[in-house]
Design a protein around this ligand. Structure first.
Ligand code: ADP
Ligand code: MG
Ligand code: MG
Length: 889
């Protein structure tokens, strides 16, 4: 018989923290904390296996589940001496979702379940606090009806507002027990109007309704979106935890809160968190009231007058500090803890490895390693490579002038400048059109996720450091300023009022999520560096890395950035980019428009010194590190103008007449240029173009070697080859030019090719007879293998991923199942012929952590990516090496 239900409570548990696949992260950690003897209200977890069963069987539960749940309820009843549905001493429970990966706020939790007209009275009598009992009941009706029955929550807000208005109340806490009774009657009427059978009074019916809703929420839109953004498989499913309620809303000796064992923004080893007195559950994260600080120090830092928990409830605070230490040393990582205080008694409701910013992740990993809690390799594996992206982009220049118009909480670090948008749909639409947007909202909710993802930065006028906006922004690496009190938003008129300014949608704003500043207009930025913890961790990563990391760069600026980020060479220098320069493009066009080889050579002769100076600059910056230069790749028509007006300019500059230009453009027109006259096909048909480039490369190498004393070994790369014959023709040209250039010097160079056509991968053993290195050009290889043009794929890639035809966009993460086979084949066949052949990758995938894992697995020598991704690639390569060394993986 399968065990579907796992109990916890009273210092014991059926589960453990390493059972998160089955119990979800929340359930597994509740079990673990229970075993550790922490004060966890008892309960049980219905496993993810039930979720899988549920979806595999047309949304039906296993036959023996009911009995197992009844058993588990009985256990909790016995432990607490209460009865589920009992009218004198009612057991109330929460029904909580939890999957293997944490999905904060993505799924629905129901609190106070078990309340009905009778048990609410029972609770009132038992506690002697009728107001509390009714407050809990109305919360339950609203939550249950919203989450389980699908009744719009604003209908309940209307009822509450009308009761408040009738009595001229402003706060929820102004309502008396009698007022709550009115509200409850109103709520029940809403449910009766909106649903076939009204609000269920039976506790068991409520329980199964809520369990079904949690399983159902696994397939709701926001959960699906979250999974897609975080690459969480649909098949994992969620667990459901049912747990005895404790109450933070029974008076002023009660509270609910969230704590981090370290500061999740900076990583500093300080206790950090927020709490709300006399509140329940989501009140803290929902941003309805601005919460108070946990510690005196952080209260003082924030300049708040509201007392901290340390000052207000020193006894319970002491216990919480104790638990902080115990949990961190147990889990050996920063924890995010949810707790509730009921009449002075502390309960822990959740712990998990806390989400953190990239700087915090670095600091925490380095600190824990220095403290001997984890070792270097563990520290390296603790930092998400992609998250480093946050640190690799410009920051606000501290010396730049800034017109600060408001200040909020520094909820997620980083700077962003963009235009104001006031809702998520707008953010997504405008970002889709290439605009950089700052999403400004009162507060955010899970419905805003797509807009938050599209935005460069987020501002909220309400909510604290653990509000939805703050938590999600930190997870996504979006700069965020939350709780900007002095800012008012009028969505209808599209206006934001702040400090005497009236801003409109589309106006420019800069935010600094590290300081909480909001600034008018754009503020100057500066380039990032790898120093401090970042540098330390990268050093550790380099020790454990097998593959080398190079950069794709052609300009001196890019090459310098690459070197400063630790690139160990250039893996792809695209020479065509060098042709677009103002003064050169004229010569390039003259060359293309030439009708005779003689005229073409004359134009090329004028291009030669320019091209040579490019390579001199690159080789000088790279100081003897390998540089792979790719010969001209795109079809020639890309260099010709497109509009009629431009034709005239070009004709004049090139000294020919307009009809000649037009005629040539027409000649060069191709119906499918991606598969047309490009790559080495150009070199075969116009050998003088490649000859000029090769001469420029080799002359530059000789010059730089002579001047600097560095050994310069250029790697000349032939694009788009599919046969050895192409390589042979071009290699003999290269060797001939080298003989001319290198006469009397010790000129060394390599000749290799890109593998970007299926035929090249299939015939790699033949190509390797001539090629001394391969670089997998996986952008084109993906296009030519899937028969999909990357630039035209945006119309259908979304639906393809949504419908599960493709797991991910294959242009972002290598399609290992398909394209990966060709890469593997290229590697194996290439090595068969030439065991020491140098192998690298230079497509977009060279900077993608998952694809880098694949490159390690197939044994490439290096990856090459854009300069700003070099540190990401260094870390990802180290993690991939470590993973391959771990037995059993
Ligand atoms: P999420 O996954 O969105 O964090 P949770 O299941 O943790 O959802 O529930 C949200 C909040 O509800 C918790 O942080 C806690 O404050 C409250 N809560 C959940 N279960 C209980 C309980 N048994 N007693 C009191 N409060 C609870
Ligand atoms: Mg939680
Ligand atoms: Mg290509």
């Amino acid at each position: 018989m399968t065990k579907w239900v796992y109990n916890f409570g009273g210092g014991k548990a059926d589960g453990r923290s390493d059972m998160r696949d089955l119990l979800g992260g929340k359930g597994a950690n509740l079990a673990e904390m229970s075993t550790l003897g922490l004060p966890v209200p008892p309960g049980f977890t219905i496993s993810t296996a039930v979720c899988t069963h549920y979806y595999d069987n047309g949304r039906r539960y296993p036959d023996d589940l009911n009995a197992a749940v009844e058993d588990a309820i009985g256990g909790v009843e016995k432990r607490l001496g209460m009865g589920f549905g009992d009218s004198t001493n009612p057991l109330l429970v929460s029904v909580r979702s939890g999957s293997r990966a944490s999905m904060p706020g993505m799924m629905d939790t129901v609190l106070n379940l078990g309340l009905n007209d009778e048990t609410a009275e029972g609770l009132a009598k038992k506690t002697g606090d009728r107001r509390f009992a009714l407050d809990s009941y109305r919360r339950f009706i609203q939550m249950y009806s919203d989450v389980v029955l699908g009744v719009d929550h604003f209908l309940f807000d209307d009822v509450l507002d009308s009761v408040k208005r009738a009595n001229a109340y402003t706060l929820d806490t102004d309502l008396s027990a009698a007022d709550w009774e009115d509200v409850i009657e109103g709520y029940k009427r809403v449910v009766a109007d909106e649903t076939p059978s009204g609000f269920p009074q039976d506790a068991r019916e409520q329980l199964w309704g809520a369990v079904g809703a949690v399983f159902g929420s696994w397939q709701n839109q926001r959960a699906i979106t979250y999974r897609r953004l975080h690459n969480i498989p649909d098949a994992w499913g969620t667990a459901v935890t049912v747990q005895a309620m404790v109450f933070g809303n029974m008076g002023n000796d009660c509270a609910t809160g969230v704590a981090f064992t370290r500061d999740p923004s900076t990583g500093e080893n300080v206790f950090y968190g927020e709490y709300l007195i006399n509140a329940q559950g989501e009140d803290v994260v929902a941003g309805i009231r601005t919460p108070q600080a946990l510690t005196k120090a952080s209260r003082e830092n924030a300049g708040s007058k509201m007392p901290s928990m340390e000052e207000e409830m020193p006894g319970v605070f002491g216990q919480l500090v104790d638990i902080r230490t115990r949990l961190e040393s147990h889990y050996k990582d920063m924890q995010d803890i949810e707790f509730t205080i009921q009449q002075g008694e502390l309960f822990i409701l959740q712990t998990r490895n806390g989400k953190r910013t990239a700087p915090a992740a670095l600091k925490i990993a380095v600190d824990l390693c220095h403290d001997g809690v984890i070792d270097e390799t563990e520290a390296v594996s603790r930092v998400e490579p992609a998250s480093l992206d946050q640190l690799l982009h410009p920051r606000l220049d501290p010396d730049a002038e800034r017109n600060v118009i408001a200040k909020g909480l520094p909820a997620s670090p980083g700077a962003a400048a963009g235009i104001i948008v006031l809702n998520a749909d707008d953010a997504e639409a405008r970002a889709g059109r290439g605009e950089i947007v700052i999403l400004v909202r009162e507060e955010t909710s899970p419905e805003d996720i797509h807009g938050m993802h599209a935005a460069a930065g987020i501002v909220t006028t309400r909510g604290g450091m653990t509000s939805h906006a703050a938590v999600v922004a930190r997870g996504m690496g979006r700069p965020c300023v939350s709780g900007v009190g002095g800012m008012r938003i009028d969505e209808k008129s599209g206006q934001v009022m702040v400090a005497g300014h009236t801003l409109k949608t589309g106006d420019r704003l800069t935010i600094d999520g590290g300081t909480g500043e909001v600034m008018l207009g754009d503020v100057e930025t500066i380039q990032p560096t790898l120093s401090g913890d970042f540098g330390t961790l990268m050093g550790w990563a380099d020790k454990h890395r097998r593959m080398r990391v190079r950069a794709n760069a052609e300009t001196p600026a890019d090459a310098r950035t690459a070197v400063s980020f630790g690139a160990e060479g250039i893996g792809l220098c695209r020479t065509e980019h060098m042709f677009f320069d103002q003064e050169r493009i004229t010569e390039v066009r003259r060359m293309i428009l030439s009708t005779t080889e003689k005229a073409r050579r004359a134009a090329l002769d004028r291009l030669l010194p320019m091209q040579r100076s490019d390579f001199v600059a690159l080789f000088t910056i790279m100081r003897g590190l390998p540089v792979t230069v790719r010969l001209l790749d795109p079809p020639l028509h890309e260099f010709l103008p497109r509009s009629d007006g431009d034709f005239a300019d070009v004709a004049q500059a090139a000294g020919v007449d307009v009809p000649t230009v037009r005629h040539r453009a027409l000649q060069l027109h191709e119906s499918n240029p991606m598969l047309g006259h490009r790559g080495c096909r150009l070199g075969i048909t116009y050998p003088e173009i490649y000859e000029m480039q090769v001469r420029a490369i080799l002359e530059a190498a000789v010059e730089v070697a002579r001047e600097s004393g560095d050994t310069v070994i250029p790697e000349i790369m032939i694009p788009l080859a599919f046969s050895r014959e192409e390589l042979d023709i071009l290699k003999s040209m290269i060797d001939r030019v080298a003989d001319e250039v290198g006469a009397g010097t010790s000129l060394t160079y390599l000749v290799g090719t890109m593998i970007e056509l299926p035929r090249a991968a299939l015939c790699a053993n033949k190509l390797a007879e001539t090629a001394e290195f391969f670089s997998f050009g996986t952008n084109d290889l993906t296009q030519t293998t899937l028969g999909i043009s990357r630039d035209d794929s945006s119309n259908f890639m979304g639906p393809y991923v949504d419908q599960g035809i493709l797991d991910r966009d294959p242009f972002a993460t290598l399609d290992q199942e398909g394209v990966g086979q060709l890469v593997r084949m290229g590697v194996e066949r290439g090595r068969e012929t030439r065991p020491d052949i140098k192998l690298g990758i230079c497509g977009e995938h060279g900077g993608d952590p998952d694809s880098i894992g694949f490159c390690e697995a197939v044994g490439l020598d290096y990856v090459s990516c854009s300069p700003f991704r070099v540190p990401i690639a260094r870390l990802a390569a180290a993690q991939a090496s470590l993973k391959s060394q771990r037995p059993g993986d």
